[in-house]
Design a protein around this ligand. Structure first.
Ligand SMILES: [Zn+2]
Length: 292
């Protein structure tokens, strides 16, 4: 099948690497995601893709947002610096005239994590808790993409009907309660507002306020997992993202599950691939798509 250039377009960075036939990442590069709209994103993609375009046979892209009909639409435009609609496939093919396959980043990561599971599962879900909350679902061993590219956007299920307005326009989404952005926003009234990473540092030192903020996030995730288990009969959940993999977070999610009746609990474990799951998943998916 040849070599693939994988791209991962996120809210804070765009990563690129060549993925070899054996699934190794070679020549990884990353740049900051520009927050100045479509023209700047096109320039950033050209800068990143040009050095690789004669080395690869096709391009696989994992991107934040909704991937539909070759375009990228941000469900929460704040996460992409105000970018609402972008002709991603046309843009990439104008830079490198190669076969190109697009996938949502949560879906791509779910596909990579599913392949990495040591046991045989039919139904799994990947959850990333980071700047936002995203995910991907594998049902009956197949990645769920959806006719509108929406499947797995679990950050925009309901956590609190009276909660804050989410960037997507709905009130009280899981993302608006549990994300790193939401964790940081809880400290806006403090003398010195903190990032999510700093809130975790404080919690490690035993600060009760910081612990409460993180527990609120972990509880919202545990409740969402309970809902998803009842909807999909999930066998396992994989947790990733900078918040999801932060010290003590997984344990807090498991702790919040223990308060629920047994049937609502689902085994949760940490992501295997960490920051490379989007790149690998996109490459695996593109191979699947282009070979069949
Ligand atoms: Zn939302």
């Amino acid at each position: 099948m040849g070599k693939v250039l994988a791209l991962d377009i996120g809210g804070t960075k765009i990563a690129a690497a060549v993925v070899t036939e054996s699934g190794m990442l070679v020549g990884r590069q990353q740049i900051a995601t520009p927050h100045g709209g479509a023209a700047q994103l096109a320039i950033a993609l050209e800068t990143l893709i040009t050095p690789y375009r004669h080395l690869v046979d096709f391009i696989a892209v994992a991107s934040t947002g909704i991937i539909r009909g070759g375009g990228l639409t941000a469900l929460n435009p704040v996460n992409l610096g105000g970018l609402a609609d972008f002709p991603l496939q046309d843009c990439i093919q104008s830079i490198a005239d190669l076969p190109c396959v697009l996938l949502n980043d949560g879906q791509a990561a779910a596909w990579a994590e599913y392949q990495a599971l040591s046991d045989n599962y039919d139904n799994m879900m990947f959850v990333t808790v980071s700047t936002g909350v995203g995910g991907g679902i594998v049902l009956d061993k197949k990645l769920l993409v959806g006719h509108h590219g929406l499947a797995g956007h679990i950050g925009h299920t309901l956590a609190d009907p009276h909660g804050l307005l989410c960037g997507c326009g709905r009130r009280g989404c899981v993302e608006s309660v549990a994300s790193g952005t939401a964790i940081g926003a809880e400290t806006l009234g403090w003398k010195q507002p903190l990032s999510a990473a700093k809130v975790f540092e404080l919690a490690q030192l035993g600060n009760v306020q910081a612990e409460n903020i993180i527990n609120r996030s972990a509880t919202a995730i545990a409740q969402m997992l309970a809902d998803m288990k009842m909807a999909l009969d999930l066998e396992i959940v994989i947790l990733g993202g900078s918040v999801g993999l932060a010290a003590g977070y997984l344990e807090r999610v498991i702790g919040a599950q223990k308060v629920l009746p047994e049937i609502y609990r689902v085994p949760v474990q940490a992501a295997h691939h960490q920051q490379d799951s989007g790149l690998l998943g996109a490459a695996l998916w593109a191979k699947n798509t282009l070979c069949h």
